[in-house]
Design a protein around this ligand. Structure first.
Ligand SMILES: [Fe+2]
Length: 311
C-alpha cells in the first residue's frame, strides 16, 4: 500500500498517482486537490509546458482565451491550486473548477456544466513526456479549458450543453421499449459528443475582422504541436461549421485532427447548441451515422438513471 502523505511527495503524475488510485478504488469521483502531493517534477512539467506554449498562444489563440489567461493570473512556474483559480474565475462567470479522480460519465459531466462546475483532472503528465498524453491532465483542463470559462458567452454555451443533456434524459425516459430507448439514447449521446468534440475541444473561430482563423478549442490550445499544425498545415481541412455534418462526423483521438470546423463567434456557437436541442426534440439525432465515438455503458447508465424532473 503506497503511503499517501510521505515526507517526499510521491507526486500526482498521470497514471502513476497512488492518491488517485485510492480515490478510484473507493468510488470517490469528486475529490479535494491534495496540493502538497505534487512533486518538484510535477511543477517542472507544468513550467515547461507553460513556457513552450505561451508564444503559440499569442500567435494562434482567440482573444477571449488570451483575456482569460490574463484574468486567471496563473503561475507559470507551479501547478495551479484550484482554490486560487476559482477565486479569479467565479466572480467573472460563476464557473468553478471541481477536482475529479477520473472519467466523469457523460450525463454527470454535462450536468456539472449546467451547474457551472467544470470537472477537472488534477494529475499532470510526466515532465520527460510532454507530448505523450494518454488522458486529460491538469494542463489540458486548467490551461486549455478554464481560460475560456472566463468569457460570459462561452460559459453560457457550456450551460446550454447541460440543458441539452437534461432534454435528452427527459426524451428517452418517455420511451417504453427498453431496446429502442437504448438505441436512440446511444445515437443522441454520440451526436452530442461529436458536437462537443468539434467545438469545445477542437473548434476554430473567425477573427473579428473575418481575415484570420483563431483557435478556441481546448484540445488544440493545450497541445504545443497541434496548436500550430491546425492553423498552418495544408493537410487540415477547415470548413464553416454545419450542424448536420458535425453530428454525423466520426473522429479519432489518437492523432492530429484532419478536419476542423469554424464558427463565427460564441453567439453563433450558442445558437448552434440551441439548434442541437431543437433537432433532438424533433428526432433528428435518433439515427446519426455509426462510428466513433463509442458510447460506454457508464455513459448510457448515467443518462438512464438521471432524474429528468431536476429541471
Ligand atoms: Fe477537454
Amino acid at each position: 500500500m503506497a503511503q499517501l502523505h510521505p515526507q517526499i511527495p510521491v507526486g500526482l503524475t498521470t497514471t502513476e498517482a497512488p492518491f488517485i488510485e485510492d480515490a478510484v478504488a473507493h468510488g470517490r469521483l469528486y475529490i479535494e486537490q491534495p496540493y502538497d502531493l505534487y512533486s518538484e517534477e510535477n511543477h517542472e512539467a507544468w513550467r515547461r509546458l507553460y513556457e513552450r506554449i505561451t508564444p503559440r498562444w499569442h500567435k494562434y489563440a482567440n482573444e477571449h482565451f488570451m483575456r482569460g489567461i490574463a484574468n486567471l493570473c496563473l503561475d507559470p512556474e507551479r501547478v495551479p491550486k484550484l482554490e486560487e483559480v476559482n477565486q479569479f474565475l467565479c466572480p467573472l462567470t460563476g464557473f468553478s473548477a471541481k477536482a475529479v479522480s477520473g472519467y466523469v460519465p457523460a450525463f454527470l459531466f454535462f450536468d456539472c456544466l449546467r451547474n457551472r462546475e467544470f470537472p477537472t483532472t488534477i494529475t499532470i503528465r510526466r515532465s520527460d513526456k510532454l507530448d505523450y498524453l494518454p488522458e486529460p491532465d491538469i494542463f489540458h483542463d486548467i490551461a486549455g479549458h478554464v481560460p475560456m470559462h472566463t468569457d460570459p458567452a462561452f460559459a453560457d454555451t457550456l450551460v446550454r450543453f447541460g440543458d441539452c443533456a437534461h432534454t435528452a434524459a427527459e426524451i428517452v425516459s418517455r420511451i417504453g421499449d427498453e431496446e429502442e430507448k437504448v438505441r436512440r439514447l446511444k445515437s443522441i449521446i454520440k451526436a452530442m459528443a461529436r458536437f462537443f468534440w468539434f467545438t469545445i475541444e477542437f473548434g476554430l473561430m473567425r477573427s473579428a475582422d473575418g481575415k484570420e482563423l483563431k483557435v478556441y478549442g481546448s484540445g488544440l490550445l493545450s497541445s504545443f504541436g497541434e496548436l500550430e499544425y491546425c492553423i498552418e498545415s495544408p493537410e487540415v481541412q477547415r470548413f464553416p461549421i454545419q450542424l448536420e455534418w458535425v453530428i454525423n462526423q466520426y473522429f479519432e483521438i489518437d492523432h492530429y485532427q484532419p478536419l476542423l470546423f469554424i464558427v463565427d463567434s460564441f453567439d453563433h456557437l450558442f445558437s448552434l447548441v440551441g439548434d442541437l436541442e431543437t433537432w433532438m426534440k424533433e428526432g433528428k439525432l435518433d439515427n446519426v451515422s455509426p462510428g466513433e465515438p463509442d458510447i460506454s455503458d457508464a455513459d448510457l447508465k448515467s443518462f438512464l438513471e438521471a432524474d429528468p424532473s431536476l429541471k
